[in-house]
Design a protein around this ligand. Structure first.
Ligand SMILES: Nc1ncnc2c1ncn2[C@@H]1O[C@H](COP(=O)(O)OP(=O)(O)OP(=O)(O)O)[C@@H](O)[C@H]1O
Ligand SMILES: [Mg+2]
Length: 118
């Protein structure tokens, strides 16, 4: 019997294809609290695709995603974020005509009782 906690985040044998392009073949990853990992691979190896599966941008064709040992599916990045998964992208999209504060809070703007952006 084991009392060891499950990883905080685990990807098991995930694959993802776009049409005939197999972006990720068999991606597995375990992350435990306090760990720092580097994901290395040549251009086109599938690193960004793997991260996007964790972030809810894509859904895996096969395989499983577990958070604290519980299988999860994220329909979109907001659901992944609500589960505590945040991604800082290398090339973030900025809205040049919005303020810095508006850019920072994009998608999670503080709202009043009526749902209007404060
Ligand atoms: N939306 C997509 N549609 C079609 N093919 C895609 C798509 N996204 C990724 N691919 C292809 O899947 C493979 C993996 O791409 P991915 O961007 O995950 O690699 P990467 O390891 O992040 O590469 P890089 O080091 O260049 O950032 C590549 O061959 C890429 O061209
Ligand atoms: Mg990439």
């Amino acid at each position: 019997m084991t009392t060891e906690k499950p990883p905080r985040l685990e990807l098991k044998h995930a694959s993802k294809s776009f049409g005939r392009v197999r972006a990720l073949g068999d991606g597995s990853l375990q992350l435990r609290a306090g760990e720092v990992h580097a994901l290395l691979g040549e251009n086109g190896a599938g690193k960004s695709t793997l991260v996007k599966l964790l972030a809810g941008v894509y859904q895996p064709d096969t395989g499983e995603l577990l958070v604290d040992g519980v299988a999860r599916t994220f329909a979109n990045p907001a659901e992944a974020r609500d589960a505590g998964l945040a991604v800082i992208y290398q090339e973030p999209t900025l809205f040049a005509d919005l303020s810095i504060a508006e850019n920072i809070y994009m998608g999670r703007q503080p709202r009043d009782r009526l749902g209007r952006i404060r």
